[in-house]
Design a protein around this ligand. Structure first.
Ligand SMILES: Cc1cc2nc3c(=O)[nH]c(=O)nc-3n(C[C@H](O)[C@H](O)[C@H](O)COP(=O)(O)OP(=O)(O)OC[C@H]3O[C@@H](n4cnc5c(N)ncnc54)[C@H](O)[C@@H]3O)c2cc1C
Ligand code: HEM
Length: 390
């Protein structure tokens, strides 16, 4: 487990709003710091106990557990540490609970996961495990599990959708566009993401943001970059074929724009982090009048900006849209800014009163949000989705 893994970067020096919760978070963080050097052992103990308490849960995880590097345990610990940020956490947990229905998770599994989590931290925390530490972990877990199970129970939509690949096209050696025709329309908002499972990698669900606005034919367009050593992205880019059946979970995420009420929108996208922004632009382009949209689209090289020509074409016909390409390591490229995205954006000041949407790798999101806060962009105006724990 990496110490800097984040579900959501969070503001630097964030002060919890209420002292009871703040104490709870402190107790959780301090006790977790003691077990952190032993996370492989903690994970082995956690899954061993979970599978003995609720044997049916074994089938929810990959056959080879090493592949996933204990994603669930890492996710649990990081979500628990966000318990002091309920405004962000609760809407996320409601979506996550609805999405977890795709695993066939039932309430009894939540009890087993909670018991296994506390038992494994206790075992490796030694003297740091006190009654108040136990209460803090138990309370935080209960808050999370209740939010997830209640939202799951209240949703009467399907636990997942099935879709068939109708188009697979490689744009470059590492990027593919894949179009999927679902058997029922997936009710997502432009800018949201879904988790998908592909036949080449059973039980390894991964998040993808549709790159198009919901369309009449229901087709979802995905842009996927194959990451080095990536289990699922490599299979999607290299081995997925028309006719493959994908499973698609419930929509999640909060990168949406309400064109009636939104102020001007600053979009900052790195690589395939473009996808949610592209879906929003695709939606707005159906209307003549929109808030101003300024998109900074960045990558290491010009090749990483795989969709730039298309975006520039859209901007030519839609005066509310401006595109600024940004490249980091390609000094010969003209018509682009040369720096990191964070530097390029903050060069223009604080973007006071703009809605700021950020999407890209965890490192890019962290760097951009931190630098914008330093440039005095108000945190309340910045939105980004939780990213995987890499
Ligand atoms: C909200 C959200 C939306 C997303 N939308 C998209 C999308 O539209 N298109 C898309 O291609 N991907 C998207 N992703 C990323 C995607 O979900 C996977 O994480 C990514 O494809 C890697 O999965 P993998 O199984 O190939 O790699 P894994 O086997 O999980 O990881 C293998 C290695 O790759 C590294 N790695 C994982 N992700 C990245 C990354 N993004 N950049 C660099 N290194 C990485 C890991 O650290 C690890 O070392 C999104 C992620 C989130 C959280
Ligand atoms: C409060 C409780 C829970 C929280 C906060 C939570 C959170 C999460 C998150 C954020 C992920 C995504 C991780 C990623 O893709 O990087 C995840 C994955 C997963 N969760 Fe949960 N979860 C909870 C309870 C459960 C329960 C009760 C089960 C049932 C056993 C479960 C089974 C899974 C599985 C199978 C995965 C896929 C990843 C893997 O194979 O490790 N979760 N969880």
């Amino acid at each position: 487990m990496t110490a800097n893994a984040v579900l959501s970067p969070g503001p630097p020096n964030h002060e919890p709003s209420n002292s009871g919760v703040s104490k709870m978070v402190r107790l959780i963080r301090e006790s977790f710091a003691v077990v952190e050097p032993h996370t492989d052992d903690v994970a082995r103990f956690f899954y061993g106990m979970l599978f003995s308490l609720a044997p049916a849960t074994r089938d929810l995880f990959a056959v080879n557990m090493e592949v996933q590097r204990s994603r669930l345990l890492r996710a649990l610990v990081h979500v628990i540490q966000m318990v002091d940020r309920p405004d962000e956490l609760l809407p996320f947990l409601h979506q996550l609970g609805r999405d977890h229905r795709k695993f066939g998770v039932v309430t009894a599994h939540y009890e087993a996961v909670g018991t296994a989590l506390l038992a494994s931290i206790k075992r490796y925390a030694g003297d740091a495990w006190t009654d108040s530490v136990e209460r803090a972990w138990a309370e935080a877990y209960t808050v999370m599990a209740s939010a997830m199970t209640e939202a799951a129970a209240a949703d009467d939509g399907p636990a997942w959708y099935t879709g068939q690949i109708v188009h697979h096209e490689r744009l470059s050696w590492d990027v593919a566009v894949i179009r999927v025709q679902p058997d029922h329309p997936v009710p997502y908002q432009p800018g949201q993401y879904v988790s998908v499972e592909v036949p080449q990698r059973p039980r390894l669900w991964r998040y993808l943001s549709p790159a198009n606005a919901p369309s009449d034919d229901g087709i979802l367009e995905f842009h996927i970059r194959s990451v080095e050593g990536g289990w699922v992205s490599r299979a999607m880019v290299g081995h997925a074929r028309p006719g493959d059946q994908w499973r698609i979970g419930s929509p999640m995420g909060r990168l949406t724009v309400d064109r009636e009420t939104s102020p001007d929108v600053l979009m900052i996208a790195g690589g395939t982090g473009l996808t949610p922004m592209r879906a929003i632009i695709d939606d707005l382009a159906q209307y003549g009048e929109n808030p101003r949209v300024q998109l900074f689209y960045g990558g290491r090289t010009r090749e990483d900006l795989y969709d730039l020509e298309n975006l520039q074409r859209v901007a030519m016909h839609n005066p509310w849209l401006t595109i600024t390409p940004v490249v980091e390591d390609d000094p010969g490229v003209s018509g682009a800014e040369h720096s990191t995205l964070a530097e390029a954006v903050t060069r223009y000041g604080a973007w006071q009163d703009w809605d700021v949407l950020v999407s890209g790798s965890p490192g890019m999101i962290r760097a951009t949000v931190s630098q914008m806060l330093v440039a005095r962009t108000p945190l309340d105006y910045i939105r980004y989705d939780p990213f995987t724990l890499d």
